[in-house]
Ligand binder design. Structure first.
Ligand code: G6P
Ligand code: ZN
Length: 543
């Protein structure tokens, strides 16, 4: 069957951000919008014809419509076989696993991660390469260039495929295989973790709450936590994926995961609480009346990973994104393994994982993962915590406190200013950058600036250089402030300000992070003039 060639003209806004092309559904549903972007991917990915490609998404509004378009286009571009999660569903880490397990050429993941969904919400398309990870910048840049030149796309005209029934169908020559989205992923988790010990933990009365935020992890959590690990029914909250996430903002942080926070606070809360995001790659970890900051979670997981069968041989290295606190570095140093600092964006971990230089990776933005796939993995982090809790037999609060006593505590907070006028945010960052040479030596609130730079990363594997990755200001007392603009938002600009201070004194490690950092928070505002320039008197979200 010959493909139909459709003439088109470029859209000028198809530049992928930190994690794929995220736009409002209203933008994506314009005629040719999906097709232009997907054809640009196919055009850039030389050799994709004749290959297997994985397609799945987080089930948000427009997921199924986009998949039907992409399937017809895949057939038109000579793809031999497409694997699609049933119902069009694959969590991002599960998609990464399917790409690797079936040795696919790559995958197209439909998600806007933790951004709200629904007709007025966000949608996104991301391309992952054959290692299962997000395409590196040289590919996303090439895709972006292609979107600016595109004049036609190809498809095979065919009726919609039934995405809800397992099995095989065809579009032209191309085979469409609808697969169980959960089975392969659950089997992988059983190989990595000691399910017997975790089952025994639950049998002993251990109580947990997992909030799936009406997003993609519901089916995975029901199957793994309740069915395979024997946690009581009701452990999983909001476990049915809904196209608009039931109105939830599917971002697992103390503001948006309010059902979890409510369950974990007050008298007699469960022993352990967790949540994941829209597409299942983020995690939030709580103990009774305790929020564990993602930077600390990474450090504790690194220090204890050997307690899980999949990591019993030890870690090759630990990597963190630059704005993530330095707590993980202290663990790496003690273990005598390398610690890496990469720019924000999971794609920067791919080379380190492929080269066997790092085993565990993590980001302050609630992402943790390992070399088992090439995406961060929300449920994986929850299961590693459960494995550690089962083996150590101590409450999570005691494990966290014990960690601080051993390594010292890196007090940490991130303040987000969302939906700031783009020109204002750009000017704030430009002025900060312009002031970098004069900042060292300047005094602020009793301390002085020690060093200030714009983070630049040279990938140790392929030598590629990524510049302008965030302004870092470190002070004489070792504390640090980082400023950067989010690369994942879809409305205005989001300014992120990350602040941390190391506290080695055991007697002073149990303060509230906002109080412990209040001096630095004030300094961060002075250095950049956040309040005066943005007109905001407080951040929109504090994590
Ligand atoms: C996505 C990426 C992460 C990144 C995060 C924050 O979740 O997968 O790797 O850390 O976005 O990005 P942003 O640019 O919004 O701070
Ligand atoms: Zn996500």
């Amino acid at each position: 069957m010959a493909p139909v060639i459709v003439n088109t003209t470029p859209f000028n806004d198809q530049k992928p951000g930190t994690s794929g092309l995220r736009k409002k559904v209203t933008v994506y549903s314009q005629p040719h919008y999906v097709a232009n972007f997907v054809q640009s991917i196919f055009d850039v990915m030389d050799g994709i014809a004749g290959q297997t490609v994985v397609i799945g998404g987080d089930g948000r509004f427009y997921n199924a419509e986009a998949i039907q378009i992409i399937l017809r286009m895949a057939a038109g571009n000579g793809i031999a076989r497409v694997l699609v999660g049933r119902g069009g569903i694959l969590s991002t880490p599960a998609a990464s696993n399917v790409i690797r397990q079936y040795e696919a050429f790559g995958g197209i993941i439909l998600s806007a991660s933790h951004n709200p969904g629904g007709p007025d919400g966000d949608f996104g398309i991301k391309y992952n390469i054959g290692n299962g990870g997000p395409a590196p910048e040289k590919i996303t840049d090439a895709i972006h260039r292609r979107t600016g030149e595109i004049s036609e796309y190809r498809l095979i005209e065919a009726p919609d495929i039934d995405l809800d029934s397992l099995g095989k169908a065809r579009i032209g020559e191309m085979v469409v295989e609808i697969i169980d989205p959960v089975a392969d992923y659950a089997a992988l988790m059983e190989r990595l973790f000691d399910f017997n010990r975790i089952r025994a933990l639950f049998r002993g009365g251990f109580r947990m709450t997992f909030d799936a935020l009406s997003a993609v992890t519901g089916p995975y959590a029901h199957e793994i936590l309740e069915k395979r690990l024997g946690a009581p029914a009701g452990t999983v909250l909001n476990g049915t994926p809904l196209p608009d996430f039931g109105g939830h903002h599917p971002d697992p942080n103390p503001v948006h995961a309010h059902d979890l926070v409510a369950a974990m606070t007050g008298a007699n809360p469960p022993d352990f609480g967790a949540a994941s995001d829209g597409d299942g790659d983020r995690n939030m970890i709580m103990g009774p009346n305790l929020f564990i900051t993602p930077s600390d979670s990474l450090a504790v997981l690194a220090a204890n990973a050997h307690l899980a069968p999949g990591y019993a041989a030890g870690l090759k290295g630990v990597a963190r994104s630059m704005p993530t606190s330095r707590a993980a570095d202290r663990v790496a140093a003690k273990l005598g393994i390398p610690g890496f600092e990469t720019p924000t964006g999971w794609k920067f971990f791919g080379n380190l994982l492929d080269a066997g230089m790092a085993t565990l990776c993590g980001e302050e933005s609630a992402g943790t993962g390992s070399d088992h796939v090439r995406e961060k993995d929300g449920l994986w982090a929850v299961l590693l915590w459960l494995n550690i809790l089962a083996v150590r037999g101590e409450p999570i609060g005691a494990i966290m406190t014990g960690h601080w006593r051993e390594y010292g505590r890196d007090y940490y907070t991130r303040h987000d200013y969302e939906d700031v006028d783009t020109a204002t945010a750009d000017a704030l960052m430009a002025d900060l950058r312009a002031n970098l040479p004069t900042l060292p030596g300047m005094a602020f609130g009793g301390t002085t600036v020690d060093a200030a730079d714009d983070f630049e990363y040279r990938d140790p594997v392929d030598g590629s250089v990524s510049s302008r990755q965030g302004v870092r200001v470190t002070f004489a007392d070792g504390s640090r402030v980082v400023y950067r603009l989010s690369g994942t938002g879809t409305g205005g600009a989001t300014l992120r300000v990350y602040m941390e201070r190391y506290e080695p004194d055991q007697a002073r490690q149990d303060q509230d992070a906002q109080e412990a950092l209040s001096g630095l928070i004030a300094i961060a505002d002075q250095v950049a003039g956040i309040r005066s320039r943005s007109g905001r008197d407080k951040p929109s979200v504090i994590t």
